[in-house]
Ligand binder design. Structure first.
Ligand code: HEC
Ligand code: HEC
Ligand code: HEC
Ligand code: HEC
Ligand code: HEC
Ligand code: HEC
Ligand code: HEC
Length: 266
């Protein structure tokens, strides 16, 4: 534990570059030693603008070079990405903590995220035992113990698939009717950065109308279930008609159309 803290302290110290650099070191030179910052499944577009777009090289003397960010970390990303003006902002986004969730350079995951799917959100929102500071995503970004505990936690079952926002509601694995082929996740119901609604709950469209995501999904599901029931009924009717025909014309009774399912309100 002590060793870890020491490492963080060193990593967190801004400024002195471990290797002295020439005054006009260009971005190509950086890559001689830092090629890894440009190669991964997902590379930040800004990397193609060169390292010195975000890092400033200051030669102090022959033996000392400082490499600092061109603006404080919590402001840097906003120099190119406009801050959302929505009513409700997610805490770490509001504070400019972009690099907690996104790697500024490269990542194995889409949008340079530090983890995939629900894992990203549960890093902060899942209850866990902590002793001392918590290093999020195993990076140098630490939350003090009380700061970490103050983040609202949700209560999922041990498989992390259900139990939120109520009862046995699914948060994973079930198909997402709103995005065929995808599964339900935290981001099905929540926005990641900001929203007009409380608790980052998403608004979405259902038949051209703005509704909240709960209604959109439940109405779509009911509709699909109803369509399926109707299809089954139609097939049964067609089958019966066929049987009647083969029985010959002696049958006077017309096949009765079985009633469709009751028009369930969601
Ligand atoms: C001669 C090799 C070399 C060159 C050239 C070089 N670096 Fe580094 N740099 C290193 C090494 C080694 C480290 C320490 C290990 C690490 O963090 O990757 C480092 C660390 C860093 C760090 C982290 C510093 C810290 O305080 O922890 C930054 C930021 C950085 N380099 C930026 C740059 C930029 C920007 C350039 C080009 C202007 C550059 N480097 C050129 C070798 C080099
Ligand atoms: C879009 C802005 C941006 C660009 C472009 C950029 N960096 Fe960074 N870099 C950052 C930020 C922000 C941090 C601090 C990350 C953190 O706190 O987690 C950082 C940290 C680093 C570090 C130390 C921590 C680490 O992730 O290893 C190194 C080394 C580094 N950058 C090298 C480079 C090199 C080399 C390039 C060019 C290939 C480059 N950066 C381009 C924003 C940028
Ligand atoms: C110098 C300008 C610049 C800076 C500074 C910058 N970005 Fe970007 N970023 C871009 C551009 C250009 C794109 C590609 C166009 C777009 O998607 O908006 C991009 C795209 C992204 C994407 C979307 C990637 C994708 O796959 O769609 C993420 C995430 C991102 N940036 C995060 C950050 C974070 C975090 C920071 C601060 C560390 C940052 N950016 C700072 C210019 C910048
Ligand atoms: C709590 C984690 C978290 C924080 C903090 C965060 N993001 Fe994101 N961001 C995400 C997730 C998750 C996505 C992907 C959303 C999706 O796929 O629908 C994303 C997507 C993006 C994208 C691409 C899509 C878009 O909205 O244009 C950009 C650019 C971006 N983030 C920039 C930023 C910047 C800049 C900051 C800091 C001001 C930031 N993010 C802070 C989680 C975060
Ligand atoms: C770095 C830690 C961190 C990560 C990762 C994170 N959150 Fe949060 N989240 C917070 C903090 C801190 C708050 C409390 C501040 C606030 O209300 O926004 C919060 C609040 C929330 C709230 C309640 C907002 C409100 O208005 O009360 C929701 C919902 C939420 N997060 C969803 C998510 C989702 C979805 C993800 C994944 C995309 C995620 N969080 C990832 C730190 C995090
Ligand atoms: C089916 C929709 C749905 C899904 C999926 C979902 N949430 Fe929520 N979440 C909600 C709603 C609705 C609320 C607001 C509940 C309330 O106000 O009592 C909420 C509230 C929250 C809060 C705030 C809790 C508080 O005490 O303030 C957090 C944090 C949160 N969700 C995180 C997550 C994370 C992380 C995931 C993924 C593991 C997730 N949610 C998945 C609907 C959902
Ligand atoms: C992506 C689709 C989807 C979204 C979005 C969604 N649900 Fe559900 N919901 C389901 C599924 C699937 C079930 C399980 C239904 C079943 O077993 O037939 C369910 C079940 C329920 C149940 C039954 C009780 C239970 O715990 O299983 C309630 C109540 C409910 N949802 C409310 C909500 C609310 C409130 C929201 C918005 C915060 C919401 N749902 C958002 C898909 C969704």
């Amino acid at each position: 534990m002590l060793i870890l803290i020491a490492v963080f302290a060193v990593r967190a110290r801004a400024g002195e570059h471990p290797v002295p650099l020439e005054k006009n070191t260009d971005a190509a030179k950086c890559l001689e030693c830092h090629e890894d910052k440009t190669k991964a499944p997902h590379v930040h577009t800004a990397i193609s603008m060169g390292c010195t777009t975000c890092h400033e090289v200051k030669v102090v003397d022959k033996d000392t070079t400082n490499v600092d960010l061109i603006s404080p970390s919590e402001e840097l990303c906003f120099t190119c990405h406009e801050k959302s003006k929505a009513a409700s902002l997610h805490g770490p986004y509001d504070k400019g903590g972009c690099v907690i969730c996104h790697d500024p350079h490269v990542s194995d995951f889409d949008k340079q995220l530090r983890a995939e799917g629900n894992k990203l959100c549960l890093e902060c929102h899942q209850e866990r035992r902590t002793t001392g500071a918590v290093a999020l995503f195993k990076t140098a970004h630490e939350f003090a113990q009380d700061e970490f505990q103050a983040i609202p936690k949700i209560n999922l079952d041990p498989t992390l698939r259900l139990g939120h926002p109520m009862g046995t509601h699914r948060v994973a694995d079930d198909p997402n009717p709103l995005k065929p082929g995808e599964k339900i996740s935290c981001l099905t119901c929540h926005e990641n950065h900001s929203s007009e609604r409380d608790k980052l709950v998403r608004m979405t469209e259902y038949k051209g109308k703005k509704v909240d995501v709960c209604d959109a999904c439940h109405l779509t599901r009911d509709e699909a279930a109803m369509a399926l029931a109707q299809k089954t009924t139609d097939e049964q009717v067609a089958q019966r008609e066929k049987e009647q025909k083969t029985l010959g014309k002696q049958s006077i009774e017309m096949p009765q159309r079985t009633p469709g399912p009751a028009n369930k309100k969601p």
